[in-house]
Write a protein that binds this ligand. Structure first.
Ligand SMILES: Nc1nc2c(c(=O)[nH]1)N[C@H]1C(S)=C(S)[C@@H](COP(=O)(O)OP(=O)(O)OC[C@H]3O[C@@H](n4cnc5c(=O)[nH]c(N)nc54)[C@H](O)[C@@H]3O)O[C@H]1N2
Ligand SMILES: Nc1nc2c(c(=O)[nH]1)N[C@H]1C(S)=C(S)[C@@H](COP(=O)(O)OP(=O)(O)OC[C@H]3O[C@@H](n4cnc5c(=O)[nH]c(N)nc54)[C@H](O)[C@@H]3O)O[C@H]1N2
Ligand code: SF4
Ligand SMILES: [Mo]
Length: 681
């Protein structure tokens, strides 16, 4: 039997056709409209992941961290958690119980129920990791033109890929890029690292890490100076263009070139091609997200889209038409309570259903007890001991908790600090609607295609069970997850049943372009806010980079280290720290490496496979080196996600979590100055 669902083994959320025989998955393949397709190694090995012997099948409990876990019943474990949560609530207040959520269980409907539980319990602290993922990017888009745009790659004539590597991370987008390129689209890639797409590009801008904002300002300046901007769009739909003209003039290509390691002529050429080839779109990604200057840098990139008139046109950058599902997060119940993220009030409130995505503030609250102590933490689908910046600090915090509950499919390094582990079902064992299918007009169901493994439960059901154990059933009146989803879907007139009957997805409405002509933009002024009054009133630069760069661009810049370390590739076979226990995937990438340029290797007397130690003020990693031209001189790239296998390979031993973007709470997980030395055997 074949069933259609969407895969959620990574955030690409691909539509897939799954083969099922006798209730078991025997294989799966991606559904894509493109002829040239990209195979996903994780999906090829789906059986090894879903039926892994290491899947958690029963709840685990221990009173103390130095004891072994014992298997217990759901009833016992739920009463234990409810008892602990209520005890902490009595002693310190409900806010001292927090929930931390990674991206693996999705930030669509399944996130809504987690937030609802915390709101019903009385804690505002449902925290996600979007400050280092794409939520900070989304805020920069929102503050400029009211929504995060979706690049219309397939129909574009000029594509800029800015700090993204969809070949490994989003196959459907990579296929669209290849499709457009083969039909003559120009391709410009901004990336310090050589990738599949830099090899295919017409222009490769090998930028100095974390200097994207300055590049964007220099391109803006060039476009304005040469009068290549879309005057009609700027006059009718933007505010702040005059201020932008003045500020951008400080970022002249000749002046900026050396600082960002890019030839001035290349900046000028890029400006000319991007502004004169219509339609054009920009794909911005995580290479820009995890930078200290994320907010202004992304705003500057957004402004480029606007002044060239590429917003909301076919082949440009589309303003999405979100599906109007009901907001069930019950935030009104906790709106007066100070959250751990109170120092980032704009980021906290910029969106009605994003929760608090400044995860670093949770660690502050545990360690410094500011604004109050957080004593108990529920971690759902995340591995913070490895994935949050500055692992030593995170571990110190986890150790300080009175109780840590994890909801996961596997044990991971964070489980070392847990008292309770609840077994979660995989994406193929549960029904939910993912964020990718609510944020725009196309909706598709992630539907259960096999029964949960062992005693594992779907994430939403676990939340229902916790609510019941806490005596909060009145807030969760639904008998099944599908009933709850129907309640959320009610304003759309759709039901889960309709989505099941159309497993390949439904166009809720047809995409409409140039919506701004009738509706304006979803900003306070209804215009594209090159100048943002909201930012000005809150003490931030109303126009990006108005006062130059905020703080340092790369961590430990002032500490006299000689190399820039950057966070490694997201290889196609793994998702962050996941799946390294799967032999078939591990055989593709056996161990992590540090990529280094030949000139640097020679300077340091290093040869292929030599073991090196990399240090920053926060800690160290040791790995073998791989000599290649993927990185330029002065940069080493350190493999990502391997801290799950061994702490000596944990990249986040090196990163900083103290300096952050003042708007979005984003630390620099992407780049940091470091030292490298050869280790003797
Ligand atoms: N296989 C796989 N797929 C995934 C994931 C995974 O772990 N594995 N994770 C998922 C998640 S949660 C996310 S957020 C997405 C992220 O997906 P992407 O946004 O594609 O992020 P990365 O793959 O990290 O690629 C970022 C690119 O930015 C470049 N870069 C690094 N530093 C800089 C810089 O300073 N400036 C510029 N311009 N570029 C820079 C890198 O060299 C890299 O080519 O992927 C999702 N998909
Ligand atoms: N230095 C550095 N730091 C980074 C990054 C980087 O590139 N460099 N990337 C950042 C980014 S963009 C992100 S998104 C984060 C990722 O950070 P995390 O979200 O912590 O990353 P994962 O390693 O994917 O951990 C996911 C956990 O969820 C479990 N899981 C998988 N599916 C499910 C499910 O359906 N339900 C439940 N309950 N559990 C599930 C997995 O077994 C795994 O233990 O890391 C960030 N940190
Ligand atoms: S890219 Fe991600 S979502 Fe798509 S099939 Fe592969 S693992 Fe699944
Ligand atoms: Mo992410």
């Amino acid at each position: 039997m074949k069933k259609i669902t969407n895969c959620r083994l990574c955030s690409a959320c691909c539509p897939v056709e799954v083969n099922i025989e006798q209730g078991e998955i025997t294989g799966a393949k991606r559904i894509t409209p493109f002829e040239k397709t990209i195979s996903c190694l994780k999906l090829v090995n789906v059986r090894k992941i879903i039926y892994s012997k290491q899947r958690l099948q029963k709840p685990l409990l221990r009173e103390k961290l130095n004891e072994d876990f014992k298997e217990v019943s759901w009833q016992e474990v739920l009463s234990f958690i409810a008892y602990k949560m209520n005890k902490i609530k009595e002693e310190y207040g409900a806010s001292s119980v927090a929930l931390l959520r990674g991206m693996a269980a999705d930030w669509g409907t399944s996130w809504d129920y987690a937030v609802r539980l915390m709101s019903a319990f009385g804690s505002p602290n449902a925290v996600g990791n979007g400050s280092v993922c794409f939520v900070a990017r989304e805020m920069a888009h929102n503050y400029t033109y009211g929504a995060i745009t979706i690049p219309q790659v397939k129909d574009s004539k000029c594509i800029i890929i800015w700090g993204k590597n969809d070949r490994n991370t989003l196959p459907q987008m990579a296929e669209a890029i290849i499709f457009a390129k083969e039909r003559g689209a120009k391709l410009i890639v901004v990336d310090p690292v050589k990738t599949f797409f830099t090899e295919m590009a017409d222009i490769w801008i090998r930028i100095k890490p974390a200097h994207d904002g300055l590049l964007a300002m220099a391109i803006i300046n060039e476009i304005i100076k040469k009068r290549l901007y879309d005057r009609d769009f700027v006059d009718n739909y933007c505010i702040g263009f005059e201020a932008l003209r003045d500020i951008a003039s400080f970022y002249d290509a000749e002046k900026v070139a050396e600082q960002i390691w890019v030839d001035a002529d290349l900046i000028k050429e890029t400006a000319k091609i991007y502004a004169t080839t219509k339609p054009a779109c920009i794909i911005d990604g995580n290479g820009v997200d995890m930078q200290l200057n994320i907010f202004d840098a992304t705003r500057a990139i957004c402004i480029l889209r606007a002044i060239t008139g590429n917003i909301d046109i076919p082949g440009g950058d589309f303003i999405p038409q979100p599906i109007p599902i009901r907001n069930i997060q019950l935030k009104e119940k906790i709106s007066d309570i100070k959250s751990v993220m109170y120092k980032y009030p704009l980021f906290e409130k910029f969106h009605p259903t994003w929760g608090l995505h400044g995860q670093s503030t949770l660690i502050d609250a545990i360690i410094d007890e500011d604004p109050y102590p957080v004593k108990m933490l529920l971690v759902q689908s995340a591995n913070p001991a490895v994935t949050m910046m500055d692992s030593q600090r995170v571990k110190k915090a986890l150790q300080k908790l009175e109780c840590l509950v994890m909801i996961d499919m596997f044990l991971n390094k964070t489980s070392n600090y847990a008292h309770v582990i609840l077994p979660a079902s995989s994406c193929f064992e549960k029904t939910q609607i993912n964020r990718a299918y609510i944020r725009n007009c196309f909706i598709m169901l992630q539907q259960k295609v096999i029964e949960p493994i062992g005693e594992s439960k779907p994430d939403i059901e676990i939340i229902f069970e916790l609510a019941k154990a806490l005596g909060l059933k009145e807030y969760f009146p639904w008998d099944t997850v599908e009933d709850a989803l129907d309640f959320q879907l009610e304003p759309t007139g759709l039901k889960v049943e309709d989505l099941k009957n159309n497993p390949q997805g439904i166009w809720y409405e047809k995409p409409r372009f140039k919506k701004f002509e009738q509706e304006g933009f979803k900003t306070p002024s209804k215009k594209v806010e090159i100048y943002s009054e909201r930012l000005y009133e809150s003490g931030f630069d109303p126009v990006p980079f108005m006062r130059g760069i905020h703080g340092q661009t790369i961590s430990f810049e002032k500490e006299g280290y000689d190399f820039i370390g950057i966070s490694g590739e997201r290889v196609s076979c793994f998702t962050h720290t996941q799946f390294r226990h799967v032999d078939e995937l591990r055989n593709i990438e056996r161990e992590p490496f540090v990529d280094i340029n030949l000139q640097d290797a020679q300077k340091l007397f290093l040869k292929e496979q030599d073991l090196v130690e990399i240090t920053t003020p926060r800690g160290k990693v040791t790995m073998k080196i791989k000599i290649s031209d993927v990185v330029p001189e002065g940069i080493v790239r350190i493999a990502w996600g391997w801290g799950e296998v061994d702490d000596k390979w944990n990249l986040n031993n090196l990163t900083d979590d103290l300096e952050r973007n003042p708007v979005t709470c984003t630390p620099s997980g992407r780049s940091f100055y470091c030292k490298i030395k050869k280790l003797k055997f």
